[in-house]
Design a protein around this ligand. Sequence first.
Ligand SMILES: NC(=O)c1ccc[n+]([C@@H]2O[C@H](COP(=O)([O-])OP(=O)(O)OC[C@H]3O[C@@H](n4cnc5c(N)ncnc54)[C@H](OP(=O)(O)O)[C@@H]3O)[C@@H](O)[C@H]2O)c1
Length: 327
Amino acid sequence: MTQTPKKSARHIVIGGGSGFIGTALREALEARGDQVTIISRSGGAGRITWDELRDNGLPQCDVVVNLAGQHILDMSRRWNDAYRDEVLNSRIETTQTLVQTINHSPNPPEVFVSTAGKCFYGTRELDGADPIPELDEDSSPMGMDFPAELVGQWEAAAEGVDSSRIRHVRLRIGVVLGNIERKSHIGKLWRIGRARGFLPIIRLPFCLGLGAVIGSGKQMFPWVHIADMVGILLHVIDHQDTKGRFNAVSPGIVDNKEFTECFAGKLGRRVIWSIPEWLIRFIVGDERSSILLRGQLVRPKRTLEAGYIFKYPDIDSALSNLVQKTF
Ligand SMILES: NC(=O)c1ccc[n+]([C@@H]2O[C@H](COP(=O)([O-])OP(=O)(O)OC[C@H]3O[C@@H](n4cnc5c(N)ncnc54)[C@H](OP(=O)(O)O)[C@@H]3O)[C@@H](O)[C@H]2O)c1
């Protein structure tokens, strides 16, 4: 079914490649001999800026991946109109810029990988008696909320790429679980705010015994290990017969309660608290609260059909790999 992957070294351009996923992808690409250029808001070695991309066009390359986007749950910032616009524009404008430069390129890349979130599938209030709808790459959103509208606009911007000349892969990413980087005992504490991804954010309260189920805990939690996130990216880059939508979520989806108890267990802690929904709404605001309070039962149907084999298909093996008990 799948064609043999190309083995020769290639040049990969990654928008937003300085971030959590982009750094892991760059390391994997460079380890196998590929050349990487990052598009960033700040210049430097191995980088071009978005302005340079607009002015000079796309450098000669084989692959373009877009991972740019202002974090939607940055707790150091107040959720207001300016932040909301930045979340939208950082995704839509970077995608539009890439699409235009790719389309105008006389020698376009073989593949454009655009990314978005599992929030595409939206949320809706479920009666406890209703079965939770199973969603795969062919499903429509089950309900619209702000994150689903955001992802809809983000994906629409990517659809402008000339797919008659360029293979277009669209990833919908779940919550990416990465390592909690720490080197020393002091570092274990001060690096908390600098490590990337979801786990470092929640590690301290869990270590202090304050880890809590969110709301009812029944909302599904589509997650993916960073090694599989990178693995899926490499798979779609390398396999020239992959195109269209792929969910970058683990097949071993769990609900918030199962995730919370498993994470606490790996840290040698118990979960005795739950955070009421009103408090989550108060902290993150109504528009973003569905990200934490509602979930989606998302399956990686096309990802599995494309032949991708997950290294960490269940939450227990993923968290055993990522979480070390430190205090
Ligand atoms: N991590 C997850 O769990 C997850 C889940 C679903 C979807 N995603 C999506 O996947 C993409 C990559 O995720 P990530 O975790 O690697 O994100 P990240 O660590 O926050 O990195 C994203 C990168 O986007 C660039 N960026 C930030 N704000 C920007 C702005 N206003 N304008 C232009 N560029 C901006 C930054 O690069 P520079 O500072 O170099 O410009 C940053 O390094 C994001 O779009 C995210 O929404 C991530």
